[in-house]
Design a protein around this ligand. Structure first.
Ligand SMILES: [Fe+2]
Length: 302
C-alpha cells in the first residue's frame, strides 16, 4: 500500500498521505483506498490534485465513473468530470447573505437525492479557490443515525420521505438559509418527478444504517399529517446538523476530497460572486436503486 492514513480532527473522515496520483496507482492501493472510502466516508488528499488526470486516477479507485446527467455542467474534453466555475458564466443562483452577493451556496444535501439512483460518491479537486469563503462541509449521517436514541430509531424505521429537485433554494422547507435572490438559476434545466426514499437507509456495501435526510430536497414524511411530519423532520435535521457529525474543509489549491454519497451529506458554503472559484468533480456511479418515483395521482392526494 502506497499511502498512510490519519484521522481528521473532529472524528469525521480521514486524511491520506503519500499517495502519488500522477503515476499509476497499484491494484493493492486502489483496493485499500476503496475500503478506506467505505470505512471513513470522507477522505482528504492535500495538494496532490494537480491535474484532471490525477483526479480521474483517484476517482477510478472508487468505482465506475458517470457523466453528470446535466450535460451543461461537464468539463470540456473530460466527459467524466464536471466543472464548477464562475469564471466565465454563472450556472447557479446568486443570493445576498449578510450583505454579500454570494455564489455557489448549496445547503446540506446528498447528490441526486431527487432520483431513485443517487450516485455512490464523488471526488472534488480544488483548481482555484476564492479569496473568501468557499468551504465545503460533510456530515456523517451514519454517525448521526447511531447517535439517535433507541425510541427515535424505532419510530422512524420503515418511514419514507419525499424528495424534490430543488435547483434554487425557494422550494426548501427545512433549515432554509434565507438570503435574498439576486439572480436566478440557469433556465432550461430538466425537471424530475418527486421521489420517496427510505428515511433510514441501509448502506448497500457496509450494512450501516444511514439517516437519509437531504435538507435541500426533503419535503415531508409520506402518509403522515403535515404538522407531525414537519416536527419530526425538524427534530431529525437539528440532530443531524450538530457540529460533532461534521467535517468542514478550508481548501487550498490542488486539495482533493472524496466522499461516499450514500453515507454523507455535504454543503457548499458559497463565496463572493466577484471572486473566481474553480472546482472539478467526478461522480462515482450509483448501482443500487433507492426508493420509488411518486406517481402524479399520489402526488395530488398526499
Ligand atoms: Fe452536491
Amino acid at each position: 500500500m502506497d499511502f498512510t492514513v490519519c484521522p481528521l480532527s473532529g472524528g469525521v473522515g480521514v486524511e491520506v498521505l503519500g499517495l502519488d496520483p500522477d503515476n499509476a496507482i497499484s491494484e493493492a492501493s486502489a483496493r485499500a483506498l476503496r475500503d478506506l472510502w467505505l470505512d471513513a466516508g470522507v477522505i482528504l488528499f492535500r495538494g496532490i490534485g494537480t491535474s484532471p488526470e490525477a483526479l480521474l486516477n483517484i476517482s477510478r479507485c472508487l468505482g465506475d465513473l458517470e457523466p453528470h446527467p446535466i450535460e451543461h455542467f461537464r468539463l470540456p474534453g473530460y466527459p467524466e468530470l464536471i466543472l464548477l466555475s464562475n469564471e466565465k458564466t454563472l450556472t447557479g443562483p446568486v443570493y445576498e447573505f449578510d450583505g454579500v452577493a454570494t455564489y455557489g451556496r448549496i445547503p446540506w444535501h446528498t447528490d441526486l437525492a431527487f432520483t431513485t439512483t443517487p450516485n455512490a460518491g464523488a471526488v472534488l479537486r480544488m483548481v482555484r479557490n476564492s479569496e473568501h469563503g468557499g468551504q465545503t462541509g460533510w456530515i456523517d449521517t451514519a454517525l448521526a443515525y447511531d447517535a439517535l436514541d433507541a425510541a427515535t430509531q424505532k419510530h422512524i424505521e420503515g418511514l419514507e420521505a419525499r424528495y424534490i429537485f430543488c435547483p434554487d433554494l425557494s422550494a426548501m422547507r427545512f433549515n432554509t438559509p434565507g438570503g435574498k435572490l439576486l439572480k436566478s438559476s440557469i433556465k432550461g434545466l430538466p425537471t424530475f418527478p418527486p421521489v420517496a426514499h427510505p428515511l433510514v437507509w441501509v448502506h448497500p456495501e457496509t450494512g450501516r444504517r444511514i439517516l437519509n435526510i437531504s435538507t435541500l430536497n426533503i419535503q415531508c414524511i409520506e402518509g403522515m399529517p403535515q404538522a407531525e411530519s414537519d416536527a419530526l423532520i425538524e427534530k431529525l435535521v437539528a440532530h443531524t446538523l450538530q457540529p460533532r457529525f461534521q467535517y468542514i474543509h478550508l481548501w487550498e489549491n490542488n486539495d482533493v476530497v472524496a466522499w461516499d454519497n450514500r453515507r454523507t451529506m455535504h454543503m457548499a458554503f458559497g463565496h463572493p460572486v466577484d471572486e473566481t472559484r474553480i472546482v472539478q468533480r467526478s461522480t462515482i456511479r450509483g448501482t443500487v436503486k433507492m426508493g420509488r418515483v411518486i406517481e402524479t395521482c399520489e402526488e395530488q392526494t398526499a
